[in-house]
Write a protein that binds this ligand. Structure first.
Ligand SMILES: Cc1cc2nc3c(=O)[nH]c(=O)nc-3n(C[C@H](O)[C@H](O)[C@H](O)COP(=O)(O)O)c2cc1C
Length: 158
């Protein structure tokens, strides 16, 4: 079974997760929507992922899905998001992916996130600093990528 892992990552977390899935899923290929397009006709499985900003997945990922939705619906689908607030992960997935895709998905996952304001610019950097400050204030640990969840997710495509 061939697997296409299609992602868009603005600040690197979804890219890290996608690369980890790629290492863990045999016969998979990586497609970064910032530079690649993907013809999914050659694939049995399609994994779609991206980072959440203000409750939304990247517009590049959204556009790719709407242009290919019918084709994607014929595949074994996996959906992942990266976000700092895992308690809202289900809402993020339901609000950003069509009900058909969510229902059809073999697995939907939230892999957490790494937030490095120093690697960001402009408004992203400011918001990232505020997000980290609020997390620290609440006493919760700094967000990190959950590699165990990526492993569980990957197992569904082996
Ligand atoms: C401007 C901005 C807005 C964000 N909004 C949310 C949000 O609404 N919910 C959330 O859980 N995390 C939010 N985050 C955290 C991101 O989801 C996290 O940084 C993630 O790593 C982004 O994925 P990426 O690195 O692949 O772009 C936000 C981060 C930034 C910088």
């Amino acid at each position: 079974m061939k697997t296409a892992i299609i992602y868009y990552s603005k600040s690197g977390s979804s890219a890290k997760c996608a690369r980890d899935l790629y290492r863990k899923i045999p016969d998979s290929a990586l497609f970064n929507l910032a530079i690649d397009t993907c013809d999914i006709s050659k694939y049995d499985n399609v994994i779609l992922g991206g980072g959440i900003r203000a409750g939304k997945i990247p517009s590049q990922l959204k556009k790719y899905i709407s242009s290919n939705e019918l084709e994607i619906q014929k595949k074994n689908v996996g959906i992942f998001v990266c976000c700092s607030d895992g308690s809202h992960a289900n809402n993020y997935i339901e609000n950003n992916f069509s009900p058909i895709l969510v229902k059809k998905a073999v697995v939907c996952g939230c892999f957490g996130a790494e937030i490095n304001p120093d690697e960001m610019k402009g408004i992203d950097r400011i918001i990232a600093k505020v997000v980290l400050k609020n997390i620290k204030k609440s006493g919760a640990p700094a967000p990190q990528i959950n590699y165990a969840k990526i492993e569980e997710f990957a197992a569904k495509f082996r």
